[in-house]
Write a protein that binds this ligand. Structure first.
Ligand code: SAM
Length: 236
């Protein structure tokens, strides 16, 4: 498979898989990620899981076209139910909302008892995934924030282990929201993301004040988030 097909986002995710990975890619769509990894590493194997017929067929075709059927199984199914008795060491769930990723992990928890690493790339609501890791014994070991084609993406990597370690000495509420590693670095992409989020929240609050029944409780929650963002953007 030609490396140029793969986005910077998926290449970054691939970089967090070890050599000879045995991984499942949930919501694989075209199966680009498993095709890329298995072309480069002949010792790697993967399951490409897809719930929808169109992407499932597209994944099947690509795996066949790249002559990777001995390394990649394409299975149609909902979330982690595509894992049965296969040896799986890593799970990738990318390109979905954080709450959907959390719900996939929650519903399939029993099937990933032996999994060593989870790599998640939530398009929004990354905090929902961090919270799930924190509550379920997965220790966040790395985070990346990248910008590609005008979109900002967060990539979270967690290994089985003591989930409290990355949050030691930090305020839990804000480090779950911003990400403990991203918060320490506060790079330019991080700042761009959170300036944008603050603007979005301010716009929403303004609109909410114009509604017939003003939801003050929700406004207060958003206001609190704005305060947290301002604190993070103001102080080193
Ligand atoms: N993972 C790829 C990536 O990051 O480029 C594709 C992301 S695409 C936006 C999301 C894919 O997830 C779609 O192909 C969709 O059909 C699939 N999907 C959504 N919910 C799913 C579920 N519960 N189980 C499996 N696949 C799912």
């Amino acid at each position: 498979m030609n490396e140029s097909i793969l986005s910077k986002r998926l290449k970054t995710i691939a970089g967090f898989l070890p050599n000879q990975a045995n991984f499942v890619d949930i919501g694989s769509d075209h199966a680009y990620l498993p095709c890329f990894v298995c072309t480069k590493d002949k010792g790697a194997t993967a399951i490409a899981g897809e719930i929808n017929e169109g992407p499932y067929l597209s994944a099947k075709k690509n795996v066949a076209d790249f002559h990777l059927t001995d390394q990649i199984q394409v299975i149609k199914g909902d979330g982690l139910e595509v894992i049965n008795d296969q040896d799986i060491d890593q799970v990738v769930i990318a390109g979905m909302g954080g709450t959907l990723i959390r719900s996939i992990l929650m519903r399939g928890q029993e099937r990933i008892r032996n999994v060593k690493r989870i790599i998640a790339q939530p398009n929004v609501d990354a905090h929902a995934v961090r919270e799930w890791f924190y509550e379920n014994g997965y220790c966040l070991v790395a985070e990346e924030i990248i910008k590609e084609d005008g979109h900002i993406y967060e990539i979270l990597v967690a290994d089985k282990g003591d989930a409290t370690i990355p949050y030691e000495g930090m305020r839990l509420e804000s480090s779950l929201l911003f990400g403990p590693y991203l918060l320490k670095e506060k790079n330019a992409v991080f700042q761009e993301k959170w300036y944008g989020e603050r603007e979005k929240l301010e716009r929403v609050i303004k609109q909410m004040h114009q509604a017939k029944d003003v939801n003050f409780e929700k406004i207060q929650l958003f206001q609190h988030e704005i305060e947290m963002i301002e604190e993070v953007l103001t102080y080193d």
